[in-house]
Design a protein around this ligand. Sequence first.
Ligand code: FAD
Length: 248
Amino acid sequence: MPTKWNECELVSSKEIAPQTRLFTIKLLGDDVFSFKAGQFITFDLPVHEKRLYRWKSYSLANAPDNTNLFELCIVKNEGGLGTTYLFDQIIPGDKLTFKGPEGSFILPEYKPETLCFICTGTGIAPFRSMLWDICQHPINATAIRVIFGTRKMENVLFLDEWRELIKLLPDFQLHIALSRDEELPLNKEKNIFFYKGYVHQIYQHQKLFDSKEPIFYLCGWRNMIDEAQKNLLNLGFPSSHIQTELYG
Ligand SMILES: Cc1cc2nc3c(=O)[nH]c(=O)nc-3n(C[C@H](O)[C@H](O)[C@H](O)COP(=O)(O)OP(=O)(O)OC[C@H]3O[C@@H](n4cnc5c(N)ncnc54)[C@H](O)[C@@H]3O)c2cc1C
């Protein structure tokens, strides 16, 4: 079947951390934008003659809500063709072309006892979508753990939303690994835990899962995904319990 390309418009883009923006996009026309939490879209950006360099994929960062609006959480890659265009060359009202939604990085049909989301940077985007979706359509996962790696406190994305989710979801914990901050925040918040270093030290503590069989979702760039996947297999978790979304 030929690819269906859609026209959309930039509604707004807002800085949510250094070099990181939340883009709100509107599908043009009367269609409702229908997708599953965890899926992504692909822009065809006018940045190169070869389509390999023009097509840039982004995870949908909001929960499906039966409107024609959607959100993307994007980090600027200095010198990158696609993100330079999105950050520096378009303004609200400008039109873009995209295909999608696509992808099978979605929540399972059945009710897992424990969901463990592991990500770095804007790899948090599909999990933001899934978590708000779970709030609207509870799936009875007993426990949800988000393990989020970034450089510094200023790079932690959506912290206010995680605080809200902690109140809404019955057993939700956020574990944040800061690789470049010398001092950790003095944390007294319920169910938010900070660590120095990388995400890998965190999921290796089995206590995190109360011995229930977790389903892992990994999202981000190759180094983190490769290492986490290798470690989880070494820990004895079956590959069928590990889903990945590789950003590049
Ligand atoms: C399914 C899918 C979903 C994606 N979703 C998102 C998303 O929600 N948010 C998002 O920010 N990106 C996402 N990406 C990555 C995105 O598609 C682009 O690759 C990214 O924006 C860089 O594009 P660019 O044209 O600016 O840089 P390019 O010129 O394409 O970048 C060149 C190189 O830099 C590497 N690179 C780029 N950014 C980083 C980074 N932050 N860390 C490490 N290496 C990097 C790339 O792997 C590539 O090798 C996704 C990718 C895929 C395949």
